[in-house]
Design a protein around this ligand. Structure first.
Ligand code: OVM
Length: 406
């Protein structure tokens, strides 16, 4: 891959695109991406990064247009840096994320049903109860790590049970998600370190996706019910459960961590929420826009394409910077301000179009359960020390958030 990129550097240019010497996987970028995002947006509608032979779209309009054209900007060649047509993927590809029509249409329908609003409705009371119980315990402590004690503790207390995963071995879930989201980026240190126990972790996850290891009444079982109806094969059902386990935990943990950070850093917004609890839904949406827990996804051009009059050849990896689009001043007023009553609908933090996050109702259910519990049980929510970034090639957020809560 190194060699291929070296070649690309001398041979490939995208005529009309500004080439920038920015590394979106360097530590400085990952920890504090905002100035880099502005440079990417301001350079032009189409930017080229010779270092990775990647085209970057960072403006809202361009990102959304690419997401809205899956025939041209395809997913089956992988939605990370690696082109599955040229390199062997680290695991059998996802049959929903890393797929195009007609396969994607079929698998998407199955997860749409398993994760529909009505399918999730019966989970809501339990989520709300668990959130209140957890938050009450934290208020009693007074000082917490917002990540370990809440952002991780809450999803871990509801999500594996909702899917129907066995209790034994659940410590493998977070390392697996960390691997999967690092694997969308280059093989840097982050990637290598997260793959330290790849064999053990992967084997456990794959085994838990089998029907006989899932509870009879969970979301996993309802995916297998679709196989009984002939909508997918049993093997495909297993891969779709794998998708749930891959995409469902780290994402919500980063989102809830981001929410705590936003509330602690913006006391006026926290006060506004306490005064107007009906804002929980728009507040959670705004957290996703403002922090973009999933910062990036790639597409690959399936044919020669044109973006803003610039010709892009077939087989080009396109980095869609969702996080930059979500703070594009061309789209958002006061883009860098966190406003719980903003109409942030239309952000691309969950993606957009046919691949838009299939689990977002579940993510919302979790985020809003925590937020409602905070509003009803907590008066004071403040940082109590330095937050520490958690580094990942795709996800942006914290792994330590010392807080005072009362
Ligand atoms: C999947 C998958 C993995 C990671 C993320 C994701 C954001 C899906 O295995 O299908 O969606």
């Amino acid at each position: 891959m190194q060699d291929r990129n070296q070649d690309a550097k001398s041979e490939t240019t995208i005529e009309g695109a500004i080439a920038l010497d920015i590394d979106p996987y360097a530590n400085e970028f990952l920890a504090n991406p905002y100035a880099f995002h502005a440079s990417l947006r301001d350079a032009g509608p189409v930017v080229y990064l010779p270092k990775y032979d990647v085209v970057v779209l960072a403006r809202y309009e361009a990102v959304r247009a690419a997401l809205d054209d899956p025939a041209t900007f395809c997913s089956r060649r992988g939605v990370g840096l690696s082109d599955f047509q040229l390199e062997e993927p680290w695991r059998p590809p996802s049959i929903i994320l890393e797929a195009d029509a007609p396969l994607h249409t079929k698998t998407r329908k199955v997860l749409n049903e398993a994760l529909s609003r009505s399918a999730l409705a019966e989970l809501a009371p339990r989520f709300d109860r668990q959130a209140v119980e957890l938050v009450d315990g934290l208020v009693a402590k007074g000082h917490i790590d917002g990540i370990k004690d809440l952002a991780e503790a809450f999803p871990l207390s509801v999500f594996p049970d909702a899917i129907g995963v066995v209790k034994e071995g659940r410590q493998n879930l977070l390392p697996y998600g960390d691997m999967a989201f690092n694997a969308f980026g280059p093989r840097n240190d982050l990637f290598e370190r997260s793959f330290a126990n790849a064999q053990t972790v992967t084997a456990w996850v794959v085994e838990q996706c089998e029907r006989h290891n899932l509870s009879h009444d969970g979301i996993g079982a309802s995916v297998y019910a679709a196989a009984d109806r002939g909508e997918v094969t049993g093997e495909e059902a297993g891969l779709l459960v794998r998708s749930l386990l891959t995409a469902g935990l780290d994402t919500t943990i980063f989102a809830i961590g981001a929410m705590l950070y936003c509330l602690a850093q913006h006391p006026a917004q926290w006060a506004k929420l306490q005064a107007e609890p009906r804002l929980v839904r728009s507040a959670f949406t705004e957290v996703i826009r403002y922090m973009s827990p999933a910062q990036t996804f790639f597409r690959t051009t399936n044919s020669n394409a044109e973006v803003s009059g610039i010709q892009i050849p077939e087989g080009q990896k396109i980095l869609l910077c969702l996080a930059a689009a979500n703070r594009d001043p061309r789209q958002w007023q006061d883009a860098d301000q966190f406003q719980v009553d903003r109409r942030a609908v239309g952000h691309v933090g969950f993606g957009y179009g046919v691949h838009v996050c299939v689990g977002q109702q579940l993510a919302r259910l979790e985020g809003e359960a925590v937020l409602k519990a905070l509003i009803s049980q907590v008066a004071l929510l403040e940082l109590d020390g330095e937050p520490r970034y958690r580094m990942n090639n795709t996800l942006h957020g914290f792994d330590r958030l010392p807080m005072r809560i009362s």
